[in-house]
Design a protein around this ligand. Structure first.
Ligand SMILES: Nc1nc2c(c(=O)[nH]1)N[C@H]1C(S)=C(S)[C@@H](COP(=O)(O)OP(=O)(O)OC[C@H]3O[C@@H](n4cnc5c(=O)[nH]c(N)nc54)[C@H](O)[C@@H]3O)O[C@H]1N2
Ligand SMILES: Nc1nc2c(c(=O)[nH]1)N[C@H]1C(S)=C(S)[C@@H](COP(=O)(O)OP(=O)(O)OC[C@H]3O[C@@H](n4cnc5c(=O)[nH]c(N)nc54)[C@H](O)[C@@H]3O)O[C@H]1N2
Ligand code: SF4
Ligand SMILES: [Mo]
Length: 745
């Protein structure tokens, strides 16, 4: 008997159970073990969350955020009832019936007055992690009939998606085979903080440490000496925005020194001559100014990459959210291909997800390819890609009068006022909308402008399957999570909220049954499935996401069933990645297009940038912290307590020059805005570069985030410029922002 059991008031027989759930907070997909206990009133509560040691992918790994699914679930500020703006302008709680009635009425009136195209949609990051959105968001967008769709993808990875789509014909993200590689060249990523991105795997720190421990090399190219760079075998302190030029120079060296070795891929590659011509001007000497790197460093990197027994080049946020994001992303894969490392163990490989993906469907080896730039934004002419418009144009599309002006906005799991460039402008623009609806869980910087907020349950009350992320995994796995806790009576699941919105947008009225959209979605998929598979799924009697996923699994490349996943609560391991070229290709030529014209067209701009004189300004870059998650987890006390994290990192040389002491408040000014923030002097940053994390700035009185408001921090996107975009993708430039820093004395 333990001391605890001996306590006289210890309840004698509290029923506990254990549930398993994949963490949906970042891309790592860690398995969680959740202990649930029934209190004396019979109400179940989560008493503990820890890493699931038996999870086939994470083996017990968890970061400090994973266990906070409990705090999020219990957060008093997490909305449990819809909010509607009343006549006094206050957001007040209403019943679901009332909320749907208002949505129906307002949306109908809005579209009669302005037409469907006047409604913009902004889709935020959590949608990629939410099963409900992965499966039903499309129905909402289609029903709304607007082409003004924006998302967090254009403040993030759009360049990489475009490069992959054009090169392989469908979105196929090559991921570094970290567990088997002997040389990892990582640019603009900090997985010790982010846990990896567009390369799904739990425990990046462990994987990278094992790479170094087995004698492999980890080279980190980053203007900051990040947590990752500190554990690397080499830190390359690149000047912000210099990636495309650096990578072009590396390709130049490979060609000049006859180090190209396509290997097995040789018969599958087209366009090498065009690449050679494009990179010819980019000698290591020519790029020295913009990269801030010694030409010998660049040559040495190229030679070591070519000589390594296996190697992978991997670029993330720092290479995509910058002025030459698409060219940089393209060159990452060009380097993998030219060194024979694409699609081989230890190189950069392609996952094969159990639910299928664009590169498992259709005819293997050939396809229609992907077309981009099919239309452009009204005001600035920024290009469409993958059915969306660049979010850097959202504010101007709202605040610029004229035919086609956006007059309303639907946000789904997004906080663009904090996450997108020139925040102050968007904040002001949202104030002027005729209608704003948000599917969200908090009243935050964005949703405070909404007329209606439709909340969704917490992760613990939703089923889960990583439809998107397993397509980018470092190992093929499949894992289904049942909801850990039941939904309260009368509360709709996230997928039902989306399905209902879709129906209302179709004109079916506020009483329409979400099951209709579910059935239509299912029938849409079933059309392409063998009849016996459809019969088998029908026979399960399942509805909702479970039915769709069951069908997708059965028609996927492993022919799994949902029952098999239900019987495997720690997931099913489908093995290490295997070579997939040419089967994954969906280009009309059936080849890897090494030289897509849309991307080559931007190389002259890169070349012109080499000659540009560096101004005297400091360059601002971002950073992430393990305990933050973009803008929305600062209301969790255990994650925000301790030393303030929203500080401006500044090199000691710059601090001396500017007369700034550590901890002192400084004013930071860019072309579009200005803010005041404490300076943190650190040698872990390149001189001339300053860094501020994004996702903060929770101080507005209308924001209902009690914990976050107590440590509001500042919004770094007040400084980023909506005018600055990558030309090919229209992706916002969030790194390398020229700023002035002055001591506030
Ligand atoms: N300066 C700078 N800016 C950046 C970045 C940077 O590195 N530097 N990073 C960019 C990147 S990579 C991204 S992805 C974007 C993120 O941009 P956003 O997606 O706009 O922002 P998030 O902070 O992820 O906001 C998520 C929103 O969803 C809500 N939410 C959370 N969980 C759920 C849920 O389960 N369902 C629903 N319906 N809502 C939910 C939250 O309350 C919040 O409003 O920010 C970008 N902005
Ligand atoms: N803890 C935590 N985890 C997260 C998130 C979070 O907010 N917090 N967000 C999630 C999301 S939405 C995403 S997209 C991923 C992103 O995951 P990562 O891509 O790993 O993102 P970051 O940690 O921001 O790392 C980007 C790095 O790029 C560097 N950098 C800035 N400018 C440049 C440049 O011009 N060139 C180069 N080479 N480097 C540059 C920055 O110093 C920074 O270290 O993380 C995900 N995981
Ligand atoms: S790394 Fe942390 S936030 Fe990401 S999935 Fe794992 S536990 Fe969740
Ligand atoms: Mo992101």
């Amino acid at each position: 008997m333990t001391a605890l059991d001996a306590r006289p008031d210890a309840p004698t027989s509290l029923r506990t159970r254990t549930a398993y759930r994949t963490c949906p907070l970042c891309e790592a997909t860690c398995g969680l073990e959740v202990t649930v206990q029934e209190d004396e009133g019979g109400v179940e509560r989560v008493v503990r969350i820890r890493g699931d040691r038996d999870d086939v992918f994470s083996h017990g790994f968890i970061c400090p955020k994973g266990s906070t699914l409990k705090q999020l679930h219990e957060d008093p500020d997490w909305l449990r009832q819809p909010l509607v703006r009343d006549e006094a302008g206050e957001l007040v709680e209403v019943s679901w019936e009332e909320a749907w009635r208002v949505v129906d009425e307002r949306l109908r009136a809005f579209r009669e007055r302005h037409g469907p195209q006047a409604l913009g949609v902004y889709v935020g990051n959590p949608n990629a992690h939410n099963l409900g959105s992965m499966l039903y968001l499309r129905a909402v967008l289609r029903s709304l009939g607007t082409s003004s769709v924006f998302s967090a993808s254009t403040v993030d990875q759009r360049p990489k998606e475009i490069a992959a789509c054009l090169m392989y014909g469908a979105f196929s993200g090559a991921v570094p085979d970290v567990d088997r590689t002997s040389f990892l060249l990582m640019l603009g990523a900090n997985p010790f903080a982010s846990n990896g991105s567009l390369a799904t795997a739990p425990d990046w720190p462990g994987r990278l440490r094992r790479l170094v421990a087995r004698g492999g090399e980890l080279v980190v190219v980053d203007p900051r000496r990040t947590e990752t760079a500190r554990e690397a075998t080499q830190w390359v302190p690149l000047r912000p925005g210099g990636d495309a030029a650096l990578l072009a120079a590396m390709v130049n060296v490979l060609l000049a020194e006859d180090l190209v070795a396509l290997g097995r891929l040789a018969p599958h590659v087209a366009g090498l001559a065009e690449v050679a011509e494009a990179v010819a001007p980019f000698t290591p000497e020519a790029v020295a100014g913009v990269t801030g790197l010694d030409p010998e460093t660049v040559r040495d990197l190229a030679r070591r990459l070519a000589a390594a027994p296996s190697a992978a080049v991997y670029g993330r946020m720092g290479t995509t959210a910058q002025a030459f994001g698409t060219v940089a992303s393209w060159l990452v894969d060009v380097l993998n291909i030219l060194t024979g490392n694409l699609d081989r163990p230890g190189g950069a490989m392609f996952a094969k997800p159990a639910v299928g993906s664009a590169n498992t469907r259709g005819t293997p080896g050939v396809g229609r390819g992907v077309r981009i730039h099919r239309r452009h934004t009204r005001v600035r002419g920024l290009p469409e890609s993958l059915g969306e418009l660049p979010v850097a144009a959202l504010a101007e599309e709202i605040d610029t009068p004229g035919e086609g002006q956006l007059r309303g906005l639907l946000t789904i799991a997004g906080n663009p006022v904090v996450s997108t460039p020139n925040s102050a402008r968007l904040d002001a623009a949202l104030e002027d909308l005729d209608l704003m609806i948000s599917v969200d869980v908090y009243v935050n910087e964005t949703t405070r402008h909404a007329d209606v907020i439709l909340p969704v349950p917490s992760a613990l009350q939703k089923a889960h399957y990583d439809v998107a992320l397993y397509g980018l995994a470092l190992r093929n796995v499949a894992n289904w999570s049942e909801p850990v806790l039941p939904l309260e009576e009368g509360r709709p699941d996230e997928w039902e909220v989306l399905a209902k919105l879709a129906l209302i947008a179709q004109g079916a009225g506020p009483d329409a049954d979400p099951a209709v959209v579910d059935d239509l979605s299912y029938q849409g998929l079933a059309q392409h499935a063998p009849p016996e598979v459809v019969e088998a799924v029908d026979a399960t009697g399942r509805r909702g996401p479970a039915r769709l996923v069951d069908l997708m699994l059965r028609t996927g490349p492993y022919g799994l069933t949902l029952d098999e996943l239900l019987a495997a609560p720690h997931g099913i391991d489908l093995g290490p990645l295997e070579p997939r070229v040419p089967e994954i290709l969906r280009t009309p030529s059936g080849k890897i297009e090494l030289a897509p014209p849309e991307i080559l067209a931007d190389v002259p701009r890169l070349r012109a940038s080499l000659a540009a004189e560096a101004g005297g300004e400091l360059l601002l870059v971002g950073r992430r912290d393990l305990r933050s998650n973009n803008s929305w987890m600062h209301n969790v006390e255990v994650l925000v307590k301790g030393r303030p994290r929203c500080t401006l990192h500044l090199h000691p040389d710059d601090a001396v020059r500017l007369g700034v002491a550590d901890g002192e408040e400084v004013e930071v000014t860019s072309a579009v805005g200005s803010l005041t923030v404490p300076a943190e002097v650190t040698a872990d940053i390149r001189p001339g570069v300053v860094s501020l994390p994004h996702g903060w700035g929770h101080g507005h009185p209308d924001v209902r985030l009690r914990v976050a408001a107590s440590r509001p921090g500042v919004n770094s996107n007040v400084l980023t410029d909506d005018a600055a975009v990558d030309a090919v993708s229209g992706n916002a430039v969030l790194n390398g922002i020229p700023v002035r820093v002055t001591a506030r004395r």
